[in-house]
Design a protein around this ligand. Structure first.
Ligand code: NAP
Length: 295
């Protein structure tokens, strides 16, 4: 830990709960490695989000991450919101500016960077998203924007999947010149309707998250045969049931820890106007794995 003195800057996390966050590992490791006089602290905000954001600004806090359940609500209390974050409808990073914080979304570029590193290409791909919550919506936008050829959303509540696809049809022409992919919404049991075996499966539900580590969104072996690769956004447990079943079908599987790493790195770069190298990112990743007791 840094030597804290009168010049030390503070960054932090606002959320409820925050007890199990990995973000301090990311930011405090980066600060130590890069020689920045900065500490990162989680703040458990049980209520009073507006007061928390205004209080943080008054306390000269340099930047904030925002997590569940505040990623949408926080947009009401900012001096401005980045265009991309507006389209995604969620802010996870606050950057200090004149008169208040500006909200950004670093989750999606974080996931994109993580997928690139794993060699997963969205351009021209067939992308299958499981879930239709806040993160699934953002992943769907990302896949469409990056030129996915086909996009399918499977969800327990089918109306939510359909709504996201409608939003994509409306938003995409305004976001980029990309063509609208072939769009499909399916309930979870209807996986046999998926054509082919080249789907990049992105697990974006909360099913299978610790402590319910034995749960899985779809248990049928036949589903996993349809996948080219499986990407679970959950990282605790380190290997989810979804990943185990993907691997059992002979396909590569990844967890969400690299997404978490890169969303943190992009936030750190915004706060400190700096560039984190790939080597530094790898060192932080090793620290995160150590904190999770893997390796
Ligand atoms: P959310 O908005 O609450 O959405 C939850 C989704 O899970 C919905 O689609 C919901 O289906 C589905 N679901 C929940 N329980 C279910 C059940 N028992 N059976 C079937 N479906 C169920 O959550 P979110 O904010 O999008 O987060 C989703 C996941 O992303 C979480 O696991 C979170 O850990 C992960 N995440 C990872 C990172 C990272 O950096 N790696 C960052 C953010 C989030 P219905 O629509 O039918 O309710």
């Amino acid at each position: 830990m840094n030597n804290i003195d009168g010049r030390t800057r503070t960054c932090g996390l606002i959320g409820n709960p925050v007890e199990h966050t990995m973000s301090p590992v990311i930011h405090n490791s980066l600060a130590a490695m890069m020689g920045h006089d900065l500490v990162y602290v989680p703040f458990h905000v049980k209520s009073g989000l507006r007061e928390a954001v205004e209080g943080a600004y008054a306390l000269n806090i340099l930047g904030m991450n925002v997590t569940v359940p505040y990623k949408s609500e926080v947009m009401n209390y900012l001096a401005g919101v980045d265009e991309k974050a507006k389209q995604i409808g969620a802010v996870n990073t606050l950057v200090r500016s004149e008169g208040g914080y500006i909200g950004y979304n670093t989750d999606m570029p974080g996931l994109y960077r993580a997928m690139k590193e794993e060699g997963i290409e969205l351009q021209g791909a067939e992308v299958l998203i499981l879930g239709a919550g806040g993160v699934a919506r953002a992943v769907a936008l990302l896949a469409a924007e990056k030129g996915a050829k086909r996009l399918c959303i499977m969800n327990r509540t089918i109306e939510k999947a359909k709504r996201i696809l409608e939003e994509i049809k409306e938003l995409l022409p305004r976001m980029s010149g990309t063509e609208i992919p072939e769009l499909l919404a399916l309930p979870l049991h209807a996986y046999e309707e998926l054509q082919g075996e080249e789907w990049i499966g992105i697990q974006a539900t909360s099913v299978g998250m610790f402590p319910n580590s034995d749960d899985v969104i779809i248990g049928a072996e036949g589903f996993y045969k349809k996948l080219k690769a499986g990407y679970d956004l959950i990282f605790n447990p380190y290997e989810t049931q979804f990943m185990k079943l993907t691997k059992a079908a002979g396909k590569p599987a990844y967890n969400g820890l690299k997404m978490l790493l890169y969303q943190g790195i992009i936030a750190y770069e915004l706060w400190n106007d700096t560039q984190v190298t790939e080597r530094q990112a790898q060192i932080v990743f090793a620290e995160m794995q150590k904190a999770m007791q893997v390796q």
